[in-house]
Design a binder for this molecule. Structure first.
Ligand SMILES: Nc1ncnc2c1ncn2[C@@H]1O[C@H](COP(=O)(O)OP(=O)(O)OP(=O)(O)O)[C@@H](O)[C@H]1O
Ligand SMILES: O=P(O)(O)OC[C@H]1O[C@H](OP(=O)(O)OP(=O)(O)O)[C@H](O)[C@@H]1O
Ligand SMILES: [Mg+2]
Length: 388
């Protein structure tokens, strides 16, 4: 009879040496989860995801992505209902059968890979770093429009680096040898070395820290750093600079899914579709205003021609032109037309000027909540990616 033992990984140390019948089982604790079950059969580890019917979405529990993520979902009418802030599980009432789990961003990626989460919202940098190119991870929406930053190589502005302004120049510095390599401090211990290798940097070593990496060069611990940059203030304040060719990755928040879950777990594809539609519709709308104006004209065609003659007034699919009926001398006439267009927020003032120039008056501007297009290109892309 095989000797069978069932152990919840959650309660285990990083390596275990079970007695008599089992050989030592080593695993990385970080890749395991409370919901995973390991069955040890005479030394063979058989890892099965615990049977579950709920679809699971991982959201950042803390850090700068946390509130922005909840705000975005709220704007999509997908408010997350959390009983209390210390509880890590929550729900979105509009999406039945969905569990929201609050996790650290890196753990969201790990748990997608291990099959303990089906969907997640995190920064692209975290997916690339902790997913390490795993093909099970699939980007559903790659531009959620917040958490913008870049992963970049930075070097001191002073000393031997004063005149070094590109990756090529850095690589060609005679200082770097096997005995004295370029020392890079980074929290990105997968992407950092990969980038340096791909860019032909031969003499490099890496050290790691969890934060405040910008201090490492001034402390004499490193020559360069690989870290996230957004405004560039932290680099500047620490006398560091980015260099040409040194951007490793442009990142922002994304919606990511497990390919296995999308294909195999009931309900994941439907929830993904609904989330994607709402996100797309909202994100498309936030950049636009609806503009309504009245315009004198002899016919709808003539008014439309005038509107389309202006570069900023073509709208999403051209203007809607409708007659405005009035009673004049006892007769119903339509000598005014109402036009409705969507204009990008950035082009609002230019559009108003162009409307006035062609006789527009009474210009009303209102915010847009959603723009639901026929079918989102990202959905079609996802289905084709899944081979469906
Ligand atoms: N300066 C920044 N500006 C904008 N977005 C950033 C910036 N730094 C990080 N991000 C984005 O926010 C994500 C989370 O960063 P944050 O530092 O808040 O994580 P965290 O949960 O505190 O994790 P850790 O404690 O390991 O750093 C990053 O992965 C990145 O996508
Ligand atoms: O270009 P900036 O706008 O200055 O932002 C960059 C800084 O933001 C992040 O640090 P964070 O604030 O998360 O602190 P940490 O170093 O403790 O992670 C990142 O690690 C940089 O240090
Ligand atoms: Mg941080």
């Amino acid at each position: 009879m095989p000797v069978m033992r069932t152990i919840f990984l959650q309660s285990l140390p990083a390596s275990i040496s079970p007695s008599s019948n089992c050989v030592a089982v080593k695993f990385s604790v970080s890749c395991c989860s409370a919901a995973s079950l390991v069955t040890v059969v005479n030394g063979n580890v058989d890892k099965k995801p615990l049977e579950r019917n709920e679809v699971r979405l991982g959201l950042p529990s803390k850090g700068r992505m946390a509130t922005d993520t909840l705000d975005l979902l709220k704007d999509c009418q997908l408010s997350v209902r959390q009983v209390n802030p210390r509880q890590y599980v929550a729900e979105i009432p509009q999406l039945s059968n969905l569990e929201v789990w609050f996790q650290r961003p890196k753990d969201i990626v790990r748990k997608l890979v291990s099959g303990d989460l089906d969907l997640g919202i995190v920064g692209l940098d975290t997916i690339n770093e902790y997913g390490q190119g795993n093909e099970d991870l699939i980007l559903v929406h790659d531009a959620l429009d917040y958490g913008d930053c870049r992963l970049s190589l930075a070097i001191p502005q002073y000393g031997i680096f004063e005149n070094v302004n590109s990756l090529k120049e850095l690589a060609e510095m005679p200082q770097w040898t096997t005995e004295r390599p370029l020392r890079v401090a980074t929290g990105f211990t997968y992407l950092g070395p990969k980038f340096m290798k791909e860019n032909g940097m031969r003499y490099v070593t890496f050290s790691t820290a969890d934060g405040a990496l910008e201090a490492a060069p001034a402390m004499g611990i490193a020559d360069a750093i690989v870290d996230l940059v957004s405004s560039g203030t932290t680099l500047r304040e620490n006398n560091l600079k980015e260099i040409e060719g040194g951007v490793i990755l442009e990142s922002q928040a994304v919606l990511v899914a497990s390919r296995r879950s999308l294909i195999q777990r009931k309900g994941v594809l439907d929830i993904t579709h609904e989330m994607l539609e709402r996100l797309e519709a909202h994100l498309m709308a936030v950049g636009q205003f609806t503009v309504t104006a009245n315009m004198r004209g002899s016919s709808a065609d003539e008014v439309a021609e005038r509107v389309l003659g202006q570069p900023s007034l073509s709208g999403l699919q051209g203007p809607t032109v409708s007659p405005v009926f009035r009673k004049r001398d006892g007769r119903v006439v339509a000598d005014y037309y109402a036009i409705v267009i969507c204009v990008p927020k950035k082009a609002l003032y230019k559009s108003v000027q162009q409307l006035r120039a062609i006789g527009g008056s009474g210009v009303l501007v209102s915010p847009l909540t959603y723009i639901f297009d026929e079918e989102t290109p990202r959905w079609r892309q996802l289905l084709s990616n899944l081979g469906l």
